[in-house]
Design a protein around this ligand. Structure first.
Ligand code: FE2
Length: 135
């Protein structure tokens, strides 16, 4: 059984998929079950770089940065995407990023609460937890 917005990766070919709508079946790629990716929330295990997305508000625009210390955006170590969604999973916005770009997503959003995720190509998937945008 999968859940909406879960991500699964293939450890053989590197395919990464997101569940758009949940179903009962097991996801398989290259003949093997795909591995569910779990979001990390604790930055302290990293040395000198931060991964948890930081959300701030400027008028009606949200700014999501990775992270509280800017993450490297080098050829072999960079943030591959930043995503913001409403906690009820009705709205999702994703920005894909490439080396040498700034790891930031700006988005106009009226959601009272959001959560942000990002994927580092070396250190995996990270999530902010639920953030109240009205404060
Ligand atoms: Fe990283």
């Amino acid at each position: 059984m999968t859940e909406k917005l879960e991500m699964y990766k293939c450890n053989i070919c590197g395919n990464l998929v997101e569940v758009v709508l949940s179903g009962k079946g097991e996801l398989v790629c290259c003949g093997e079950p795909m591995e569910k990716m779990f979001e990390k929330t604790q930055d302290e295990e990293m040395r000198g770089e931060k991964h948890v997305p930081v959300v701030s508000k400027n008028g009606d625009e949200l700014e999501i940065r990775v992270g509280s210390i800017p993450h490297p955006m080098e050829e072999n170590h960079y943030i591959q995407f930043i995503e913001i969604n409403s906690p009820d999973k009705r709205y999702v916005k994703r920005k894909y990023l490439y080396p040498n770009e700034e790891p930031v997503l700006k988005y106009k959003c009226n959601c009272a609460k959001v959560e942000a995720r990002e994927l580092c190509n070396v250190h995996g998937l990270w999530i902010s937890g639920e953030i109240d945008t009205e404060n």
